[in-house]
Write a protein that binds this ligand. Structure first.
Ligand code: GLA
Length: 711
């Protein structure tokens, strides 16, 4: 809801308020925090009005380079004469319909915004800032645009999507960093009067620095994220006046956008939420993603349990081997079989054929009939593609070497023996739409895993250098928009060497993303917990794979691998046909259990438990009426005999009495009764309830899966 009193505007959600004032030279951020009860029109004590004079500048929602503010600016505009200075003044402030962000994905479900328009007279540029409040999920969004109303071109060298400023220097800055196989590891450091940065340079949101960040201090936290999949940057800076500024948007590194007269540039949408703690912010962010980012038929539809052949076969498979895995998958109760890399061109290893999306008939015996045969077993069929890439050993490269991203006269960097296609070119975009469409049509696939297995280097092509990275992402979004509109029933799963492009931009087109190539139960729990800091469990593809794990070499019990994988969208990724009967039976039980509780496990409110750096971690997913919850406790540091092991849970109704059961096979075994208050605030004895086989395996994570049913 948005209310107005003169030049004051109050945006409210169920638990939070954002109070802004349309001051003459920049919008003042007067308050962001716990919902204000009333009387918000008396705001003069929070900050004086800012008209450009005087020393005290209020906390503001943008900062244009060119005046006496020498902190990190949110906006830098360069005129044709080379000068970089801007001086904005208010043109209008209104409650208005939101402006669609041309070419960019964005949140949906709330049509009204506060629109503040500032004008820069010398440059002839209009800056529009739009703020929206999502009442149900306690999140706010901001989207900004720059319109050139003049005749001469203006270069946009920086244009953040959001600037927030708060009084106080004692904030910490939390980021989710990593690499291949260890994505989104949480790191927190004090800003300490200085400046912290979180940025990606790979052309994608990257495995190195995730776009979600948090600013927090005792009893307060603010989380921000971008609806964007390209290079991003967030900076948190504190100053001597005692303020902390947070800026997030497109990474200004190697970015310069020429805005000609009459043109408008849209920055990616930013999302922010505040609460008393990071955990509270996480709840709001996940609800926001679930309600206002994920769209289409899969939004609330139970996600199928899949079996993927990648780690089971890698490139060496035959039609017979695939069908054997599919038969075992069906026997175990899976619903979707996914044929991964290696089914096309002459791809028997990763040196060839990307771009040639035609059948590798020797292996598949005919991809269309293979898909049909999988379906005749009673499974849906899904397929892997890596549409943005090209192998130099391919028919596509022979026909269109100019479509690959490279710099004339320089041998391009090859990662995984492949080059990136230049998605800034409309012809390449069309090629992608045509090739993906024809594979989906030919195979009638119900699911597509869209991979992207290298970072961008040799960034050069037809688009101007300073615009290239962003134009690539716009090209990608246009392709994804066309495909998701043409195939509304297909379940798309994003992937980028695991989770190297896990962001809100991709999630606007693809309801789930493969979280990481690392499926080791112990390491996965940290990766999933970092991912779940902002993204709901229904977005996290999570598989049980073989033991010892192919990435880490660690062994872990099947039950532990399941307990961790069930914290996302469950799948299996191994050769099920080669497993001993008792393991296939155990997997059958796991799948039956998961299907029974999948609604709450995939779409319930998700509460991270424990601490991935500590003795134990886990999760608890709770139904909207709190009558049912499923939780997992994973012990990460083993104690001798596992004596006196205790844990507590989250999200339960404190006054209600719950029947507490543990998973046993496909069902449950009651172990006691307790009130929600005891389970949440108490310390629950877990001696003797860890799974037998876990306790015996030396290097394993001990897990137990709980079901709480309100009595
Ligand atoms: C990437 C993905 C894997 C698998 C392989 C296939 O590494 O993350 O899941 O699909 O590519 O080459």
């Amino acid at each position: 809801m948005i209310e107005q009193q003169g030049n004051l505007f109050l945006l409210s959600t169920a638990h939070a308020s954002l109070l802004l004032r349309a001051d003459a030279r920049a919008p003042g951020l007067l308050y962001l925090g716990k919902k204000l009860a009333g009387g918000w029109e008396n705001a003069s004590l929070l900050a004086p009005e800012y008209d450009g004079s005087g020393n005290e500048k209020p906390c503001s929602l943008f900062s244009a380079w060119g005046g006496t503010d020498f902190r990190e600016p949110s906006l830098l505009l360069r005129a044709e004469d080379g000068s970089a200075s801007a001086d904005f003044s208010l043109r209008s402030a209104e409650i208005a319909p939101r402006t669609p962000l041309e070419g960019l994905p964005s949140s949906y479900g709330e049509e009204t915004c506060l629109r503040l328009t500032y004008e820069e007279k010398r440059l002839g540029v209009l800056l529009a800032l739009e703020f929206t409040a999502y009442e149900d999920s306690d999140a706010f969004t901001s989207s900004c645009s720059l319109k050139n109303e003049g005749k001469s071109t203006v270069a946009i060298e920086r244009f953040a999507s959001l600037q927030l400023e708060f009084w106080g220097k004692d904030y910490s800055f939390t980021t989710f960093d990593g690499d291949w196989g260890c994505e989104r590891q949480k790191h927190t450091r004090p800003i300490n009067g200085g400046k912290c940065e979180n940025a990606s340079f790979t052309g994608a949101s990257s495995p190195f620095r995730a776009p979600f960040t948090l600013l927090a201090r005792a009893g307060e936290a603010v989380g921000v994220n971008l609806v964007y999949s390209g290079n991003h940057r967030t900076v948190a800076e504190s100053d001597d006046m005692g303020r902390t500024r947070l800026i997030t948007g497109i990474n200004p590194f190697s970015f310069s956008w020429k805005l000609k007269g009459g043109e408008t540039f849209f920055a990616p949408e930013a999302v922010f939420a505040c609460g008393h703690s990071e955990r509270e912010v996480g709840l709001y962010m996940r609800a926001f993603v679930q309600e206002h980012i994920i769209r289409g038929v899969w939004k609330k539809k139970p996600r199928p349990v899949l079996v993927n052949n990648w780690e089971g076969t890698y490139f060496s498979f035959t039609r017979e081997r695939i069908l054997n895995i599919a038969k075992a998958a069906k026997e175990a109760g899976a619903e979707l079989f996914v044929l991964d890399d290696g089914w096309f061109g002459s791809r028997d290893d990763d040196t060839t054929s990307l771009g040639d999306w035609t059948d590798h008939e020797q292996k598949t015996g005919g991809i269309a009939s293979l898909a049909e045969e999988v379906r005749s077993l009673g499974l849906d069929f899904g397929i892997w593609m890596e549409p943005e890439m090209v192998s130099e050993r391919s028919e596509l490269y022979k026909a269109h070497p100019e479509w690959a991203m490279k710099i004339p006269g320089r041998d391009p960097v090859r990662m995984r023996h492949q080059l990136v296609l230049d998605l800034t070119l409309p012809a390449v975009q069309d090629y992608l739409v045509e090739s993906v469409s024809s594979v989906l049509t030919l195979t009638k696939a119900a699911y597509l895993k869209w991979d992207n297995n290298r970072h961008m280097t040799d960034v050069f092509g037809a688009a101007p250098a300073g615009e290239y990275y962003h134009r690539y992402i716009l090209g990608l979004y246009s392709v994804m928009a066309r495909l998701s509109a043409a195939f509304p029933d297909v379940l798309f799963e994003g992937c980028a060497s695991g989770g190297a492009r896990f962001d809100l931009g991709i999630l606007c087109y693809m309801p789930q993303i493969w979280t990481s190539d690392n499926t080791d139960a112990r390491e996965r729990i940290a990766i999933q917990s970092g991912t779940a800091a902002c993204y709901p469990q229904s977005t996290m593809g999570s598989h049980v794979s073989a033991s010892p794990n192919h990435q880490t070499g660690n062994a872990s019990a099947l039950s532990a691998r399941f307990a961790v994988a069930a914290g996302g969208v469950l799948g299996y990724e191994c050769d099920l046909s080669a497993l001993p009967d008792e393991e296939l039976t155990a997997i059958g039980d796991q799948i039956a259990f998961y299907k029974k509780y999948r609604e709450v496990m995939q779409f319930g409110a998700y509460y991270p438990l424990g601490d991935v750096q500590g003795e134990w971690a886990g999760y608890c997913t709770v139904s909207p009426d709190k009558s049912l919850a499923v939780a997992v406790v994973a012990v990460l540091k083993k104690r001798t005999g596992m004596m006196n092991f205790r844990a507590s849970f989250k999200g339960l109704e404190e006054d209600a009495l719950y029947r507490v059961s543990v998973r046993e096979g496909a069902g449950t075994r009651e172990v006691g009764k307790a009130t929600g208050g005891m389970l949440v605030n108490g310390s629950v004895r877990l001696d003797g309830i860890f799974e037998e086989q876990d306790a015996r395996s030396a290097n394993s994570v001990f897990t137990r899966m709980f079901v709480f049913e309100k009595m």
